[in-house]
Design a protein around this ligand. Structure first.
Ligand code: ADP
Ligand code: MG
Length: 290
């Protein structure tokens, strides 16, 4: 944030990827909303920043006047908890929407403290969904079917995947236009990404021809270590322009926000972490032309 309190993308330290820094422009206001562009936040490794990025990128896109629905696809329910939704005692969760054709998505949508930001929660019930879906016709399309009635209401639907490449994640990939892959900036992070990109390719070959990898998001970057800088240059070597210019640095502010149950934009609006996710939101809008 600048002194005027307005977000100024030029103040965010970029160029951490080693590439030249580009200017990002604020998008025009929208006069109407929808249809939704669906983004899956995906990495079968746990603890890489999927949920943190879903919450904070979602909140920052909402700050830009876009209507955003976040969908929790992890039985751990960290996304729901991270936004203060009491997911263990709600009536309708994503589980019901996936397995019960009569369940209505409108009954599962919760508003959050952030204007323009809604959530469909999950809890441990969801861990049974894969087994229940496996023998269904169109088992990969259950999520697309469940979300269809609200597609017209949102500009973005962001899916927080669980750390696996199982049927729930395939459901996410089957209905998304784009995948964002958050990855922790550490030595073994690149391992496993081949399997993930392979899965994305298979789904785009067989089920969802529109699916693309929008970008690789480097998270938990520690600028003080040469190790992190080495991993970064390797990531850029492998993925080139697909790596977002915005890099999320490691800070204790993020674990704090999970406890607080709110995004960093309200918990610490002027922090570097908040501005990094604002910068990411601008890149996402640029890459989706919205
Ligand atoms: P995933 O959803 O991929 O399992 P999370 O978003 O839950 O990963 O993040 C795992 C842990 O790391 C959480 O405790 C979260 O608060 C913390 N974390 C996420 N991003 C950062 C960051 N940039 N700096 C420090 N801690 C982070
Ligand atoms: Mg998670």
């Amino acid at each position: 944030m600048s002194d005027s309190g307005k977000f100024d993308s030029s103040e965010v330290e970029r160029g951490l990827t080693g590439r030249p820094v580009r200017e990002l422009t604020e998008p025009e206001p929208l006069s109407e909303h929808g249809p939704a562009h669906i983004i899956a936040m995906c990495n079968q490794k746990g603890g890489v920043g999927k949920t943190t990025s879903t919450i904070n990128m979602g909140a920052c896109i909402a700050e830009l006047g876009r209507k955003v629905l976040l969908v929790d696809l992890d039985p751990q329910g960290a996304l729901s908890a991270g936004l203060g939704v009491p997911h263990n005692d709600v009536d309708v969760t994503i589980y019901d929407l996936l397995v019960d054709r009569k369940a209505d998505v409108h009954d599962a949508v919760h508003s959050t403290a952030v204007p323009n930001l809604d959530l469909v929660p999950a809890n441990i019930d969801l861990s049974a969904a894969e087994i229940q879906l496996v023998n269904e016709v169109g088992r990969e399309q259950a999520l697309a079917r469940a979300l269809r009635p609200v597609m017209k209401d949102y500009d973005f639907i962001i899916l927080d995947c669980q750390p696996s490449l199982g049927l729930l994640t395939v459901n996410a990939l089957a209905c998304a236009q784009d995948v964002i892959i958050p990855m922790e900036c550490e030595y073994f992070a690149l391992r496993g990404l081949a399997l993930l990109t392979d899965t994305v390719e298979k789904v785009s070959d067989r089920i969802n021809f529109d699916l693309e990898i929008m970008g690789i998001l480097v998270t938990m970057f520690d600028r003080r270590t040469s190790h992190a800088r080495e991993v970064m240059s390797r990531v850029v070597e492998v993925f080139g322009d697909r790596v977002f210019d915005t890099v999320i640095t490691r800070t204790v502010r993020f674990p704090e926000t999970s406890v607080a149950g709110e995004p960093i934009t309200t918990w610490a609006p002027k922090s570097q972490g908040a501005d990094q996710y604002r910068s990411l939101a601008l890149e996402v809008l640029e890459r989706t032309a919205r």
